[in-house]
Design a protein around this ligand. Structure first.
Ligand SMILES: NC(=O)c1ccc[n+]([C@@H]2O[C@H](COP(=O)([O-])OP(=O)(O)OC[C@H]3O[C@@H](n4cnc5c(N)ncnc54)[C@H](OP(=O)(O)O)[C@@H]3O)[C@@H](O)[C@H]2O)c1
Length: 327
């Protein structure tokens, strides 16, 4: 038996609770992992609360991330006792996920946890931090460097936002943090932001071309803010867009793209090939000392994940939540 959060569907909607589950109910897969830590991402909060169509089949154990040790393996590349982690692949959506003491998955979904990163820290990073690294790598592939100019990060007090700031700062960029929580200014400056911008300045409908302000941006919120960000990027600049915390819409015109040569890079962490995942985690291992994970992360117990999901969607959580699945 193992403990997990289970989402079940009833006539009047869905319900999530912590419960004990028999090992025989684990889904098909060639590797079984004893999970040591998990986390709560925005997507997990949507799944647990039912506020977004994340769960594809019920009952479902949510959790798009986990880190732990291999308990049994029929996969040629993965040995019993190895430390592994998983991000995405539809886990926690269509295959039982990480908010659990155990998972059974396909071996090709797992990557080895870098030696520098403990299971808890891997989950303090989680899909949010891994996505922040994918955004940074996409900006670098585009040719961005610290001499290009300032980089804006939106949704700065959130998980992707906080780790993006710390990563960019460590790489030598001057970072501007846009937040709806000006009270978090000290925290954001502590992570490495040189300026903190009230997101109200970016939230109203604006002209498609505005004053050129930043060389690049990592956007975690979408909607009007992303439209205003694109309108304010310097000519030939670049935006890595990964989130939709404000909304899925994108009310702009082609003007920033055809009149200023702005480039919009879409980031989808779920579909990244294995080689890019391994590279992102290698670099996260290399950067671990500068990620300020103790500043960014709060540790919670498995049972707390249900209430924390509501708080996360209401914008009450700062940074990241690491989940101790054994408590
Ligand atoms: N593409 C991918 O593969 C991928 C991977 C991971 C996450 N994501 C997405 O990225 C987004 C951020 O994820 P996360 O884990 O960082 O979530 P999070 O911790 O909840 O952070 C989201 C942040 O967005 C800001 N925000 C919230 N509501 C807003 C609103 N109505 N208008 C404007 N800003 C708002 C808040 O920051 P402030 O209080 O500082 O303004 C909040 O902290 C989510 O949409 C998530 O689904 C995508």
């Amino acid at each position: 038996m193992f403990n997990a959060i289970l989402i079940e569907q009833h006539e009047r909607g869905q319900r999530a609770c912590k419960t004990e589950i028999a090992d025989e109910r684990l889904p098909a897969g060639d590797v079984t992992v004893r999970i040591e830590a998990s986390t709560l991402n925005y997507k997990d909060a949507l799944a647990i609360t039912g506020k977004g169509p994340i769960v594809r089949s019920f009952p479902m154990i949510p959790g798009i991330d986990f880190a732990g040790t291999v308990e049994s393996s029929d996969h040629p590349g993965i040995k019993v006792g190895e430390r592994v982690l998983l991000n995405g692949w539809g886990v926690g959506e269509q295959h039982w996920g990480g908010l659990s003491e155990k998972a059974r998955v396909r071996g090709e979904w797992l990557i080895k946890t870098p030696d520098e990163i403990s299971s808890r820290d891997a989950m303090a990073i989680g899909t949010a931090g891994y996505t922040a690294m994918l955004c940074v790598m996409a900006l670098e592939r585009f040719g961005l460097s610290p001499t290009s100019g300032d980089v804006l990060v939106t949704g700065a007090s959130g998980g992707v936002g906080g780790i993006s700031i710390a990563l960019l700062k460590q790489l030598g960029y001057r970072v501007i943090a846009a937040t709806g929580r000006p009270t978090e200014e000290t925290y954001l400056r502590g992570l490495g932001a040189s300026e903190v911008l009230d997101r109200k300045q970016l939230a109203e409908p604006g002209k498609p071309l505005q004053k050129e302000r930043w060389a690049a941006a990592i956007d975690t919120v979408g909607s009007r803010i992303l439209a205003n960000v694109c309108a304010s990027i310097k000519a030939d600049g670049v935006v890595a867009a990964c989130g939709m915390a404000q909304g899925l819409d994108f009310p702009t015109s082609v003007a920033p793209f055809i009149l200023r040569g702005i480039n919009l890079l879409g980031i989808n962490s779920v579909t990244r090939p294995r080689s890019e995942r391994i590279e992102a985690w290698r670099r996260l291992g290399q950067s671990i000392g500068g990620l300020q994970l103790d500043q960014v992360t709060r540790d919670i117990d498995l049972a707390d994940a249900i209430d924390a999901a509501k708080d996360l969607l209401e914008g009450k959580i700062r940074g990241r939540l690491a989940v101790n699945v054994q408590r």
